[in-house]
Design a protein around this ligand. Structure first.
Ligand SMILES: NC(=O)c1ccc[n+]([C@@H]2O[C@H](COP(=O)([O-])OP(=O)(O)OC[C@H]3O[C@@H](n4cnc5c(N)ncnc54)[C@H](O)[C@@H]3O)[C@@H](O)[C@H]2O)c1
Length: 353
């Protein structure tokens, strides 16, 4: 399905993060030559260190135009998956300017480099499901809905969408593709991604993993919140499908795309936690955090009709299947198994499933 990536030189920004590490492992299995560009390894432990995907591992700041420009000039990637970001809502309330600089200026820096480095054929820029103006009306958002963002993280990613769209219109217009330029740019808005190997702060599954490992009660913040939970391999398969279309020169795919679960497969935070507790024989307890929390959207749902009908991307794993895969991942991690093999096995199961 993804043979096109074999022997391709690919830049992955944010390769040391949770999603970036899974993507590098998948690309390695496809025979791609991966260059990674990240400022640091964001967590300890990390999937990146556990699995050590094969790649040229460059450390640099996406806010540093000169550095990212030099890396692109040196390695000449044909396609870029842009994942580098400050991705945490709660952190964005504290490190607000850094969030805007990394997410918005970082994205603009990357796109600016491509104006000069004309060998880049495709860019898949990763934003989020949180880019939509969310009035909590229980509506599933589709790609034509208004952008917005209450908290700084969501607002910064909505800004990214505007930057991406502006660069596409102004410099990489699809009407001038093949004449004035050879680059197609798309953005991907994925739901709340879950999977083994996420150790970030203030996320549900990482908090669950930490509680399991420390044998401590899990504290949950918003038990009734609804999110478009999806396994990391679901969103990555969407990015890879999109990247493939762009590499094939199909200019109608150079636009924005939602990737999330089916509308009848949405769950509350408490339903996720309760299923994970069952998977661990109820050895772990949970309780609600009673402290006042910064604002986070209570209801968030994506309409994935466009991706399903036009891109032909269909979710494969229901949320309960994803939670079973995460359970298996954690149990293998507890047994100190080779985590790259565990990830590769899950990628194979996903492809064949
Ligand atoms: N995890 C989710 O649920 C989710 C959902 C939707 C969208 N996303 C988006 O997917 C992408 C990856 O998310 P993740 O969960 O893997 O995050 P992560 O925190 O695990 O990884 C972030 C990566 O970005 C890099 N990075 C951060 N600041 C940088 C900078 N200034 N310069 C260069 N690199 C920098 C980090 O080193 C790391 O490699 C982000 O763009 C995020 O907004 C994540």
């Amino acid at each position: 399905m993804f043979e096109i990536y074999k022997n391709k030189t690919i830049l992955v920004t944010g390769h040391t993060g949770f999603k970036g590490s899974w993507l590098c492992i998948w690309l390695e299995s496809l025979g791609a030559k991966v260059i990674g560009y990240s400022i640091d390894i964001p967590t300890k432990p990390s999937l990146f260190e556990l699995a050590r995907p094969k790649c040229i591992d460059v450390r640099g700041d996406i806010r540093d135009f000169k550095k990212i420009n030099n890396v692109i000039k040196k390695y000449k990637p044909e396609i870029i998956f842009h994942l580098a970001a400050q991705p945490l809502v709660r952190k964005s309330y504290i490190d607000t300017i850094e969030t805007y600089q990394t997410n918005v200026i970082g994205t603009a820096n990357l796109l600016e480099t491509i104006k000069k480095n004309k060998f880049v054929k495709a860019v898949v820029a990763i934003t989020t499901d949180k880019v939509y103006l969310n009035n909590e009306t229980c509506k599933a958002f589709c790609e034509s809905d208004s952008l917005g963002g209450y908290d700084p993280y969501s607002a910064s990613k909505a800004c990214c969408e505007i930057v991406i769209s502006s660069y596409r219109n102004s410099f990489f217009n699809i009407n001038e593709y093949g004449k004035k330029h050879n680059t197609l740019i798309a953005s991907a808005r994925a739901g709340n991604v879950i999977g083994g190997g996420d150790f970030a702060q203030d996320r549900l599954i990482p908090d669950f993993i930490k509680s399991i490992l420390a044998k401590k009660t899990l504290i949950i913040r918003n038990p009734n919140s609804i999110r478009p939970w999806q396994h990391v391999l679901e969103s990555l398969s969407g990015y890879l499908m999109l990247g493939k279309k762009l590499l094939e020169g199909k200019k109608q795919f150079a636009q924005c795309w939602n990737f999330g679960p089916e509308h009848n497969d949405i769950k509350t935070v408490e339903q996720i936690v309760s299923k994970m507790c069952q998977n661990f024989d109820n050895k772990i307890k949970y309780k609600k955090d009673t402290k006042k929390q910064p604002h986070e959207a209570c209801y968030l749902k994506l309409d994935i009709t466009k991706s399903k009908t036009i891109l032909k991307w269909i979710p494969k794993w229901q949320v309960n299947t994803s939670l079973d895969k995460i359970t298996d991942w954690i149990k293998q991690y507890q047994k100190k198994q080779n985590m790259k093999d565990v990830c590769l096995k899950q990628i194979k199961e996903y492809i064949n499933g």
